[in-house]
Ligand binder design. Structure first.
Ligand SMILES: Cc1cc2nc3c(=O)[nH]c(=O)nc-3n(C[C@H](O)[C@H](O)[C@H](O)COP(=O)(O)OP(=O)(O)OC[C@H]3O[C@@H](n4cnc5c(N)ncnc54)[C@H](O)[C@@H]3O)c2cc1C
Length: 605
């Protein structure tokens, strides 16, 4: 099944919606330019379209297998990973100070969206390695950075994150893996981790596991967690064991899953006396003891944002297929009886509604996700420390929203994509059923939607008394004023519609924020009953805000006589977002604001 990365969309966002000039003006960006970004992204697109896109189906039909205690990945994965590594893609967005190419996170985000659209199962391995690299960069000692980072950046080694145990899923306070200190400063780690993505594979020479564990006599709960590095093969001599010795960590089995078959999901056993180092996996503490969860959050936040991109990517692939099918498949008569029957199904108003909804959700999520990456770039490099801090707090505010929204959105988009295909969608051969199955894990791993919502309410709304949320509401109102000011041109009605729905959506966002702040003390259960609706409300309005900015960009093109067919279609998406998606904010708000009454019946569940 073919797929082309959405080049025109990317160019439009970079040139007309995102403040790319501000990004290019950041210190250290003198040699960057849009032309350079396009050259890099074009090269990436070639690799993805030619080598990664075909892997998607292959991974689904021939999942990774465990053979003789070694995971063998799906056909083609090894070759594609070797091309990926040789081209240096793993280092794309990482700091030059650790050996990366230091392209902006925004360009990294676009690359990862495209790679995941090629094959989300394949892209999960570099995605996790990226997150592990981030953790090493921020929390490891210089010696550890020197030992581990170069090979990970070159794609010779990959990284994993090991949090989950059978009794410790969302609740990491129950993690029981035990790391016992040794006289030489290392640790011996024992325990079982489950659901570890790419816990074992044959793509790279070594696998560097980041493992959350507790030390003997550590405090109970999350305060007693520390983070450890456990290499599959030792990377330097350790006592009697030389570099390259097999550590005591192995994959006991692989899970059979609903989707994402190409990505091996492993049960990992540590300290089962299966390696060449005796009993207990040799492990190294990263950072300070008992700060494990804090360090793991570096990995998790990077991964949470990246999983949002997975959602966007799978949605785009589903949209691409649905569009192609709807143009080709002919059924029925035109409602106005003007076209010769049978007509392409795309011409039936309801199919048009489905395609427009898919497109609006995907494009809104893309604009929102790229805006988040832009905030991260500004937070990293803006010359003014006060501004840096402000960008950082906005970026952190965005992460749970974009993760929750994008990964729920993709389930709707892939379901609609299947519906557009009718019975053919339910038949595996078309491949669209795979998008639907693959998407289902995205709101579960890296923190379920409820866990994102808890983070959003607890850390992002309540902790600062709603300061960031209300600041963003003001910024949204400024855009709203611009939308309202469009009073001439061919899209006047479209702008009036966008203004009406955007205004109600912003009001709902502000109301939900005020409700949460006002009720947190006396009715916390009522507030949390509305946490996921609030998260979805926030995602819907944030994406809608970016779509309104996109509409304004289209109006500018029209005014300047530069409007193209692309802008006409983009304007249609912006109007569709306002008409079909933004009104959902009213339903979310209603269920949030009625939380108190509903929660008084909660004992009936
Ligand atoms: C394919 C796959 C790959 C994975 N990859 C990795 C990996 O690489 N590394 C890793 O460490 N883990 C990985 N995981 C584990 C994944 O992150 C967990 O499945 C996820 O965090 C949820 O934990 P759980 O499955 O135990 O569900 P539970 O925590 O038991 O949750 C069950 C339900 O209860 C809800 N719930 C739980 N607690 C709360 C709460 N406090 N507030 C509100 N609702 C709550 C959840 O939202 C969910 O709906 C993977 C899982 C899968 C299936």
């Amino acid at each position: 099944m073919s797929y082309r990365v959405p080049r025109s969309e990317i160019h439009f966002l970079l040139e007309q919606v995102i403040d790319t000039p501000a990004l290019l003006a950041l210190p250290g960006h003198d040699e960057l330019s849009l032309d350079l970004f396009y050259a890099v992204l074009d090269e990436a697109a070639k690799f993805i379209e030619q080598e990664v896109v075909p892997l998607n189906r292959q991974g689904d039909l021939q999942p990774a297998q465990l053979k003789d205690q070694q995971v063998v990945t799906s056909p083609g994965f090894k070759q594609a990973f070797s091309s990926f590594a040789q081209a240096g893609w793993q280092g794309l967005q990482h700091s030059a100070s650790i050996g990366g190419q230091e392209l902006p996170k925004l360009i990294g985000a676009i690359f990862h969206e495209n790679l995941n659209a090629g094959s989300a199962a394949f892209a999960l391995c570099p995605l996790l390695t990226d997150s592990v690299i981030e953790t090493f960069s921020e929390a490891a000692t210089q010696a550890q950075k020197d030992q581990y980072l170069p090979a990970m950046l070159e794609g010779r080694w990959t990284g994993t994150m090991n949090l989950t145990e059978s009794q410790a899923g969302s609740d990491l306070s129950q993690v029981a893996c035990l790391a016992t200190p040794q006289d030489d400063g290392s640790y011996r780690l024992v325990g079982e981790k489950i659901y570890i993505s790419y816990g074992d594979h044959d793509l790279a020479e070594n696998i560097i596991h980041l493992v959350l564990a507790r030390t003997p006599n550590a405090p109970a709960g999350i305060k007693g967690l520390s983070l450890f590095i456990v290499p599959k093969f030792l990377v330097h001599d350790q006592g009697a064991y030389v570099a390259g010795t097999a550590n005591d960590v192995y994959c006991a089995s692989l899970e059979h899953k609903l989707g994402l078959h190409g990505s091996p999901t492993a049960v990992m056993l540590y300290g089962n006396n299966q390696g060449e180092v005796g009993e207990g996996a040799i492990a190294y503490l990263i950072g300070e003891p008992y700060r494990g969860l804090e360090y793991m959050f570096i990995t998790m936040n990077a991964a949470r944002y990246a999983i949002a991109l997975q959602g966007l990517a799978v949605a785009d692939r589903a949209l691409y297929s649905a569009h192609a099918y709807a143009a080709e498949r002919k059924q029925g008569v035109d409602v106005a009886r003007q076209l010769p029957a049978p007509i392409a199904i795309a011409q039936h108003p309801d199919v048009e509604r489905m395609l427009q909804t898919m497109r609006a959700l995907t494009e809104g999520t893309r604009a929102f996700s790229y805006q988040a990456a832009w905030l991260k770039d500004m937070a990293l490099k803006h010359p003014d420390p006060v501004q840096r801090q402000e960008y950082q707090s906005h970026y952190e505010f965005y992460v749970p929203i974009v993760k929750g929204f994008a990964t729920e959105m993709v389930n709707e988009v892939t379901s609609l994509g299947l519906q557009v295909h009718g019975g053919m969608g339910f038949i595996e051969e078309t491949g669209v059923a795979q998008f639907y199955r693959d998407a289902r894990i995205l709101p579960i791993y890296e923190g379920t939607t409820a866990i994102q919502a808890n983070d959003f309410i607890g850390r992002k709304i309540l902790r600062d008394g709603g300061a960031v949320a209300l600041d963003l509401v003001q910024q949204m109102r400024a855009t709203l004023a611009e939308v309202k000011a469009v009073d001439k041109g061919p899209d006047v009605d479209g702008f009036a519609l966008i203004a009406r729905h955007l205004e109600s959506a912003i009001d709902a966002y502000e109301q939900a924020t005020q409700f949460t702040l006002a009720n947190a003390k006396q009715s916390l259960a009522a507030v949390f009953l509305g946490s996921v609706p609030f998260l979805m409300l926030a995602g819907t309005v944030h994406a809608g805000w970016q779509m309104a900015r996109a509409a304004l960009a289209c109006a500018r093109q029209t005014q300047e006589g530069r409007s193209t067919d692309f802008h006409t279609k983009k304007m249609a998406s912006c109007v569709a977002y306002a008409a079909f998606v933004l009104p959902r904010t009213q339903t979310y708000a209603a269920s949030i604001l009625d939380g108190q009454t509903v929660s008084s019946y909660s004992h009936c569940v």
